[in-house]
Design a protein around this ligand. Structure first.
Ligand code: ZN
Length: 221
């Protein structure tokens, strides 16, 4: 079993679990990883024999301590690399995810600890995702909501963006939507779920597909 696919498998289970709060099924995992259900079951059997996961057919997959440790280490590497590539090497927002997807599998714990120290132990990655520390603890609060659930006439701060699509990153950079930006929600169009916002005194229309992938926090008055 290749290390990369095992790491991606465990990472995806961890991310999906923490997103939905539920156990991931093999169908969902197959869709996320873009492989067949048979391949997922085969890997699930192997990983459960080795004590990384608990796998019950029809019920889903749960990470055990040993599997969670690997998943969190890979996520730590991914998010620290993204920040390092932006802060230290000057890569752009939309370039770093693809690089980090590769680097996360070939970085030693020693090297990532050095990068962590070099960056002064950051708690958030460039997309607003929390970076686990050396002990595997996530220290950032996640009290943000998807932009699609915003209320009109309220001000929000952009706190997190789903980084999985380079196209989305590129588009957001183009229209000047980035982290810690203040926006006001002017109107919600019920017909197609799009939202009209005010950003830098400009009005912008964002589709539902975009607002599902941007997370915001209300600015208290
Ligand atoms: Zn990323």
């Amino acid at each position: 079993m290749a290390t990369i696919s095992k790491e991606n498998y465990l990472k995806t289970i961890f991310l999906q679990n923490s997103l939905s709060g539920k156990m991931i099924t093999s169908t969902e995992l197959a869709k996320e990883l873009n492989v067949s259900k048979a391949a997922i079951s085969e890997m699930a059997n192997k990983l459960s024999q080795q004590g990384f996961i608990e796998y019950k057919k029809f019920k889903g997959i749960k990470l055990l301590a040993k599997g969670k440790k690997i998943a969190v280490d890979v996520i730590r590497k991914h998010r620290l690399w993204e920040l390092f590539l932006i802060e230290t090497l000057g890569l752009s927002w939309d370039e770093v995810h693809a690089e980090a997807e590769k680097l996360e599998h070939c970085t030693t714990l020693n090297l990532i600890d050095k990068i962590d120290e070099h960056l002064n132990f950051p708690i958030l990655d460039p997309h607003g995702e929390p970076i686990p520390n050396k002990k595997g603890e996530f220290r950032a609060e996640k009290n943000d909501i998807p932009m699609k659930e915003c209320f009109i006439d309220k001000k929000y701060l952009i706190v997190r963006v789903n980084d999985r699509s380079d196209e989305l990153m590129k588009y957001l950079s183009k229209i000047n939507v980035y982290l810690n930006k203040e926006i006001t929600v002017l109107e919600k169009i019920n017909f197609d779920g799009s939202i009209l916002i005010e950003n830098d005194k400009l009005k912008q229309m964002l589709s539902e597909k975009i607002t599902e992938n941007i997370f915001v926090r209300e600015i208290e008055k």
